[in-house]
Design a protein around this ligand. Sequence first.
Ligand SMILES: Cc1ncc(C[n+]2csc(CCOP(=O)(O)OP(=O)(O)O)c2C)c(N)n1
Length: 426
Amino acid sequence: MQKLGVHGGHNGPNLGVVEMTVALHAVFDSPTDKIIYDVSHQSYVHKMLTGRAQAFLDPAHYDDVSGYTNPKESDDDFFSIGHTSTSLALASGFIKARDVLGNHENIVAVIGDGSLSGGLAYEGLNNVVTENSNAIVIVNDNDQSIAKNPTGGIYTALRKLRESNGQAEDNFFTALGYEYHYLADGNDLDQLITLFKSVKDTDHPVLLHVQTEKGHGFAPAEANHEKFHAGGPIDLKTGDYKGAGQPAGETYDAVLSDLVFNKLKQDRSVIALSSGTPMIIFNQEQRQADTTDYGDLNKNQVVHQGSKVAIFGVGNLLGLAKQAAAKLAEEGVDATVINPRYLTGLDTELLDQLQADHQVVVTLEDGILEGGYGQTIASYLGDSAVRVQNYGLQKAYPDRYDVNELLAQNGLTADNIAQQALKALN
Ligand SMILES: Cc1ncc(C[n+]2csc(CCOP(=O)(O)OP(=O)(O)O)c2C)c(N)n1
């Protein structure tokens, strides 16, 4: 809790499975027995019990582990994962491999009810049972995805099972071929241990439907499951998020959600689909009703018109482009700032105009430099007198990095950008 207080993370999912994780490690022999977590956003207690407690107890080590399972950290972690609905498919591979090798360890998959809505989960449910050998699937049912589950489909089936203490006649899991057990008090350690012991070393697929409470033990998280699914540092007394780490100024997320909310207000037939990540898709009809001029395609937005130096800030780096322009202004250079708005396709009319009164064109992007946006600009201007300076990231696999540090390592600071532009001018 102290770490969540200053560090944030997946609060509710982890608090909900403290007892389950302790029971799993009490009964099963990890890593010989394999415990595979769906999403793996609920693996904090697993990490504490498998040699990584320091990363939760000692602030100096908080960043030693990631928020998900990671085979590089421990032999008890089998996958680097973060997507929902994968655990059963992954477990079915382990089951197959074990059986081919003639081994006998337990394969345990833990999947939340929210993750059970993903298509891959159904393929996994089918494949696990097809192998017809040891498999222990735990459905961690807290009746909550990130947001509330809808009614209908699997969620009505789960509710009927919960309300009948696992006795409902329609049982999706037994129909598929699983031996089914229901545990109403999935936050009770003793009952969990008894249940797990009773199915350990089974020779056929078993499904344990375990009802837990998201955020268990922390009153604010018990009272508001969605708010405490995940978030930044929390005031542990009041349960309020401290709000640190919020990006300053306007963000692309905020612009998008304002736009979508306005559309939704104006037109009840507008539907937004989201996977819990900021991703919105409009259908063809909505686009036709939309008044946006798509003939505008590839037109860049000149945020500020200056001369000599033009800075293109791609996406989130538009802010940095403005900061670099402010530094240049201190040196008497009134730089043009451009929001390209399109990652593919160039505004060639604008680029042709720039050649008339600009000597330096700078591009900033927070993607890989090689083959990136900036290089398409450089290629277009390659035959002109304009000097092009491209900033982006070296190709690498940074793990748990500080965004500003990573940008700085790649020269992406307002000071450096301004200095290099001045050098090119002189
Ligand atoms: C493919 C994919 N879609 C969406 C998400 C966003 N997401 C993260 S966890 C989650 C569901 C959480 O609900 P549940 O599986 O019930 O676990 P709980 O957090 O309630 O323990 C979702 C939709 C994701 N990680 N991967």
